[in-house]
Design a protein around this ligand. Sequence first.
Ligand code: NAD
Length: 327
Amino acid sequence: MGSLEKQEISILITGAGGFLGQELAAALLDAEPTAHLILADVVRPKASFLQHAKRITIIEADLTSSEAVTSLLQPKLSACYLLHGIMSGGAEANLDLGLKVNLDSFRLILDNLRKSQPAVKVIFPSSLAIYGPSQPGQVTNEKTIPMPQSSYGAEKLIVETLINDFSRRGLIDGRICRLPTVIVRPGAPSAAASSFASGIVRESLKGERNILPVGQDLEMWVASPRTVVKNLVAIKDVPQTKFGAPQGRAVNLPGQTVTVRQILEALEEIGGKEKRNLVEEIKDANIEAIVGSWPARFDTSLARKLGMSEDVTLKDEVEFFAKTLVS
Ligand SMILES: NC(=O)c1ccc[n+]([C@@H]2O[C@H](COP(=O)([O-])OP(=O)(O)OC[C@H]3O[C@@H](n4cnc5c(N)ncnc54)[C@H](O)[C@@H]3O)[C@@H](O)[C@H]2O)c1
């Protein structure tokens, strides 16, 4: 793969083989024509970047290994996107694995960065799962007290705290983005408790039967992959002075409140009744408890102040996703 020597900007993406990692890599290659990307994942990121072979370095590494982390962080970096992780359902099912990947590997990486790459920009995708259940009609913002109701949410919050503290000390320049649930996710279902929110659109549009494990009245805070990736790219260039006290380094990224019923309506509008009828409702109390504990209404005025983009409509996103299936 490519050489780092002549490049001025090097950006690391961990979890680069995952859903958002791959989309972010493609977006950064477009947005930063002189940047070199280091794409790291425990599984090899897909070959879709091969046309950019000179501008990328692919590294297969398990980031729970201290040797792997030290070697990965050797080149001088302009920014790091730390996207690797075990998703909410996976971290709930396997506490040890969640702690090892979602917490211990971040401690390793952040310690290494503060020593070897002082003041490097660190962008961390946190989640609405750091919050606890909200009262009906409550609007959540960055000042709402976090009270995670899942191990995944707790692990994200601990990493946020470390990033805030290292940034306060001037050791790194952390930017924490609390992401909505990102729909529509392409490919296979993920280990996220909210995986059904993409599945009811994706599998149905592909003509496959699928299961809805929650009630249709459940409200969710969602955003399209395009919006989330655009904002992850943009947050890197927000002046450092806009972060920090009093609001801290975390921002709730723009999204929209939708009920599951509205997702089904968007599916029917784009795919027709036949596709909508492929969704079978079979409740799963565990999934409903996790997703039901996440707030669904957010005040995103801080995101707007930082220049983050608003989301596209749900119908637009479902239509966009449907087109990717036929192209
Ligand atoms: N997708 C969403 O709706 C959403 C919402 C909120 C936050 N996030 C966060 O955004 C980030 C990316 O999410 P995603 O949907 O792309 O997840 P994903 O599961 O598609 O990708 C995660 C990647 O991390 C890699 N990984 C896991 N363990 C690893 C290890 N030990 N070493 C190296 N790599 C390892 C996996 O192989 C995978 O490719 C995650 O941190 C996630 O918590 C995502």
